[in-house]
Design a protein around this ligand. Structure first.
Ligand code: UDP
Length: 312
């Protein structure tokens, strides 16, 4: 039985990865310090003998006994509000955490896939963003702690690949949504769903003309799984190119939830908020034969069911 370590295993993406690797017949070790993750996301896996959970902070030395075949490094605060509240932890998990896990991969001769982000492109001057674009990031702005940590994560991963011959993969993840997102994580979709369900104002930042492109979580997990099993070590964008303005997105969620008390509540635009974002997925299509399958209407319906259960 192949063994995989998933850091951030109790988080939104990490827990969906745990499910997928269990389904594929792996022994799964989930590791999380529960800073933003939740045991609720993985409690259904606890009865399984092929599942283990380590409550551990990966910025400290990481020890996993015995054989290890794969590592997926998904530990990090990931919403702008979280990394504003936890700037040092965000920098440490992207930098020190990645260093520890690359060391572990080298020691165990394991293949490692690290989670990077569309934030490496910053407030992009090229649109859509392909992997060859180097980005437009403000290192000392509020988002710099996340953007630069992830840029460092990519750089040190390539260094371990080139210098130590570690078998590495880098995924650049664009906005992703689905069940298990934290209600209060501050990102646009949890904010809009909880506000629409409660019949409150949907807090649209700025004039809402900024765009994002939202990928359903199952599509994303499929792309990551294929990338891990490929032999490609340069960064690959995984996301859904279906782009929408934030104002249109708010209206879509109001219509879907159908609570007539909900309304649009304009708020100031945060500093350095990217004006546009859309993945160019030419590389993922060519190398992984992957493209998203779930249209937004379908994914939002599934996600609404989850939010209706957890929002009070
Ligand atoms: N946003 C918004 N209202 C909110 C939260 C976010 O209008 O309550 C906007 C935010 O300004 C950004 C977009 O939605 O333009 C996506 O924000 P999110 O925090 O989800 O993540 P980002 O894509 O910026 O990393």
């Amino acid at each position: 039985m192949k063994k995989v370590l998933i850091t951030g295993g109790a988080g939104f993406l990490g827990s969906h990865l745990c499910d997928r690797f269990i389904k594929e017949g792996f022994h799964v070790v989930a590791m999380d310090n529960l800073l933003t993750g939740s045991m609720r996301n993985i409690e259904h896996l606890f009865p399984l003998p092929q599942f283990e959970f380590y409550h551990h902070d990966v910025t400290r030395f990481v020890h996993v006994p015995g054989q290890l075949d794969y590592i997926l490094h998904f530990a990090s605060p990931a919403s702008p509000i979280d990394y504003l509240k936890m700037p040092i932890q965000t920098l440490k998990v992207g930098a020190l955490g990645t260093h520890n896990l690359l060391g572990l991969a080298r020691e165990k001769k394991a293949r490692i896939l690290v989670a990077s982000t569309s934030e490496v492109y910053g407030d992009p001057l090229e649109h859509p963003q392909s992997e060859d674009y180097w980005g437009n990031v403000n290192p000392v702005g509020p988002r710099g702690v996340y953007d630069e940590a992830k840029r460092f994560l990519e750089a040190i991963t390539m260094a371990y690949h080139n210098f130590h011959g570690v078998d590495t993969r880098i995924v650049r993840i664009f906005n992703t949504y689905g069940p298990r997102m934290r209600v209060e994580d501050g990102r646009v979709l949890p904010a809009f769903f909880s506000q629409a369900i409660r019949g409150e104002g949907l807090t649209v930042f700025g004039d809402g003309s900024q765009t994002r492109s939202f990928c359903y979580v199952h599509d994303l997990i499929e792309g990551i799984f294929r990338l891990l099993m490929s032999d490609y070590h340069l960064p690959v964008n995984i996301g859904n190119p279906d782009e929408i303005t934030i104002l249109e997105f708010a209206q879509e969620i109001i219509d879907l939830v159908g609570n007539s008390n909900a309304f649009i509540d304009y708020r100031p635009l945060p500093v350095d908020d990217p004006k546009v974002r859309q993945p160019d997925i030419t590389r993922a299509k060519a190398i992984l034969g992957w493209e998203p399958q779930v249209p937004r209407a379908e994914g939002l319906l599934e996600t609404m069911k989850y939010f209706k259960e957890v929002v009070h």
